[in-house]
Ligand binder design. Sequence first.
Ligand SMILES: *Cc1c(COP(=O)(O)O)cnc(C)c1O
Length: 359
Amino acid sequence: MARPNQARLDLRALRHNVGVVRRLAPRAKIMAVVKANAYGHGAVTIAGALQSEVDAVAVACIEEALELRYAGIATPILLLEGVFEPGELQQAAQLDLWLTIDNEHQLRWLEEATLPAPITCWLKVDTGMNRLGVTPGSAPLFFQRLLASSNVRNEIVTCTHFASADDVMNQQTEQQLAKFDALPFPTLRSAANSAGVIGWPQAHYDWVRPGYMLFGNSPMLEPHVHAHGLLPVMTLVSAVISLRDVAAGETVGYGGTWVATRASRIATVTIGYGDGYPRQALNDTPVLVNGQRARLAGRVSMDMITVDVTDLEHVEIGSEVVLWGEGLPLAEVADNANTIGYELTTRMPARTPRIVVHD
Ligand SMILES: *Cc1c(COP(=O)(O)O)cnc(C)c1O
């Protein structure tokens, strides 16, 4: 038997989730964010499946864009952080990559370049995230200079990014929107990440930029009605490879952090932090064994976890185990590992094969 670990990818769920975005933001174009290997799902697989579903995709850097272009993906691609050095501009123009312009350096490189074709530019304005983007005060001048450059295509999009849109009670989003709406020049606009799409209809504008929700997960701090229809794209599965009975008082795993309070049955599952399951997951983190809920018992090892299956029936060697995905929300596992679902899928190593199960 081959090692049973798989990150199963349901591309029907992916397309369904695009439909959710389209229903929530019917007038906006959709830019699917597929940076960091599509949050660990596999950028070529995901962008390939989305080609005819979305208007553009976005990645963090030119290397990620090249991977998609070399795989034959023809969708417009935005570089979310723009270029890191002027030499990248030639390739960006040749391959029709769109650029974020978020500082004076990037604008000057663009103004001074001799390019084979003009480039589509998104001007990023910092409305309060304080990470990237030009100040609202300097934005009009940046905009004028972009308009004046022969290296820039006419249709400029002004964009910004939210710091706290996952929290519908947080005033910061309204403050950011007020600054964004006050910009004194008419362009196409974009602000909404997944949390903006779900929680802030007034932030949809001309383009929405969802990432996380496309993979079937809600970024919202509280359950949100607009996120209810999302379906998980990745289901991480493994299997039981060993079973044993331990007496009350015995411990399980490194450091003996889990102590049996009664006679217990322990299943060993062949997946660990070397396969993308978080070592930070605490005792009692939920897992599904044969579709039934069980709980982590003992520390996560590199290649294995141990699960308390005392109360479950019909657990045997080879029983399927779901770590997250269908039947077990990613966010629930992330909560038990003191992190967010974004990090769990994004850190999935190449060691765990991605298998497309529904095309
Ligand atoms: C990553 C990113 C997004 C997507 O965010 P999600 O929370 O995954 O929807 C949108 N816009 C920018 C600028 C980003 O960096």
